[in-house]
Design a protein around this ligand. Sequence first.
Ligand SMILES: *[C@@H]1O[C@H](CO)[C@@H](O)[C@H](O)[C@H]1NC(C)=O
Ligand SMILES: *[C@@H]1O[C@H](CO)[C@@H](O)[C@H](O)[C@H]1NC(C)=O
Length: 167
Amino acid sequence: MHSFGYRANALLTFAITILAVLCGLASLSDNFNFPSPSAEVQVLNINWFQKQPNGNDEVSMTLNISADLRSLFTWNTKQVFVFLAAEYETPKYSLNQISLWDGIVTSKEHAKFLIHTSNKYRFIDQGSNLLGKEFNLTLHWHVMPKTGKMFADRMVMPGYRLPQDYR
Ligand SMILES: *[C@@H]1O[C@H](CO)[C@@H](O)[C@H](O)[C@H]1NC(C)=O
Ligand SMILES: *[C@@H]1O[C@H](CO)[C@@H](O)[C@H](O)[C@H]1NC(C)=O
């Protein structure tokens, strides 16, 4: 005869094992989801473009960001952190990355969105490199699962260019 304590303990061990297996399956099944998010960003307006007294260029722009990140959501997705970065090359650095906007998407219902906004974070170059500068807008996303490893990916939208003159 086993004591009550022994049985309770065996039951608990069994429950924990099942839970561990389920968590394993959850993150495993996530690996078979091949997400295909889409995004499109238009620069609707250059609000102003100046050289600051310290010599750094700063630009303010109005963006039209549309994205469909619904395919990132599975039943194991807790939330998605997303940010839009301007990426460009300068003589000093092959990659300069400036975050212009970010957000947290907490459900599939909110994962398809259209945002009309001026840049939330300042677009300042540490130098005077922005006149006529070609840049990419890259949408980065970090998927935080309920269980398992976080994963990150991005989508590059090339071919943007800043004006040749300050305004
Ligand atoms: C913003 O982008 C959406 C989707 O690409 C488009 O339908 C809409 O007309 C754009 N808005 C403006 C003001 O250009
Ligand atoms: C911008 O995108 C193009 C095309 O994907 C790529 O070749 C280039 O390296 C990118 N520029 C930067 C600064 O990341």
